[in-house]
Design a protein around this ligand. Sequence first.
Ligand code: F6P
Length: 365
Amino acid sequence: MAVPESRIERIGILTSGGDCAGLNAALRAVVLRAAQGGVEVVGIKQGTAGLLARPVDAEVLDPAIFTGTLLRRGGTILGTTNRGNPFAYPMADGRLIDRSAELIEGYRSLNLDALIGIGGDGSLAILRRFAQAGGIDFVGIPKTIDNDIGHTEVSIGYATAVSVATDGLDHLQATAASHSRVMVLEVMGRDAGHIALNAGIAGGADVILVPEIPYTMDRVAAKIEALKSKGRNFALVVVAEAVKTESGEAVTQSQAGGAMTYGGIGYTIAEGISKATGAETRVTVLGHLQRGGMPTARDRIMASIFGVHAVELVLRGAFDRMVAWSGRSVMDVPLADAIAKCRAVDPQGPMARTARGLGICLGDA
Ligand code: F6P
């Protein structure tokens, strides 16, 4: 139930899912814009876990804390989690239980008029379900280095991740050329290849493999051989973590608590290149370096735009929406539409066409 603008006095905010650079900049934008409207912002700690804790783990965010370094700082001062879905919460004995009633009770105890959640597609879907179950007025802000949320061209954290991966290629190029090696850089992105494709183009990769475009090792090897025949003594290969082996298996790592993450396909690709071409290969798995660090200017700008717009939606009483960036403008879309379908790399889209136009091998030709 939308509270009339004049009655919005106190809103909650949480960061949920994997962290990324720019989250603190988004919190800052929300708190500063809310303060202009005389609205108090309560920061909920560790995503939804803060609402399950007793006492509830949350505190009022004083606008004064955002006047210094936080705009520039990676991570999230609120903490976050990408485990522990409250609708299927993992217990020590392996059972999954529904703790949504506790969550709603925790939310109610904070006397909030609305909630803003900063999350990726998975956490925004959970937060929407929670909002609907509790009759909570909710607005979402998209963040994820994977940049795979529907109906927005950009999510907070993506620009920094691409920049970190590009820096990785800048560093690898020099050592690759010095040692006449093929360097394989494995980047994150979950099931989407946006980081790989964009950083590969920016960092001068010779081969880019993404999950959306099927590849063969023969074609990758042929590209490396072609470079060699033209006198090139090194090559740069970027592989997205969700690329499968040629026989179709995902390469994953099991983590504590039964979670699985992608990781390690870079080694399979390097081995294939080495066997097929005789080249000396080395692998760098960039991992969580892509998530931390100082947000780029682009991420700080997007975080600021999204944070301000999210508060304005709350003040207007426009709920169940996600702020988005499209066609050089901030807008908002129904949250249900945004989370309905992940935004994958378009194999015929502008980035793939650009890569092909630069002579980069995408493994399919
Ligand atoms: O969704 C963001 C992301 O960094 C993915 O790119 C990656 O696959 C995953 O999270 C890693 O998750 P975790 O932080 O649990 O290792």
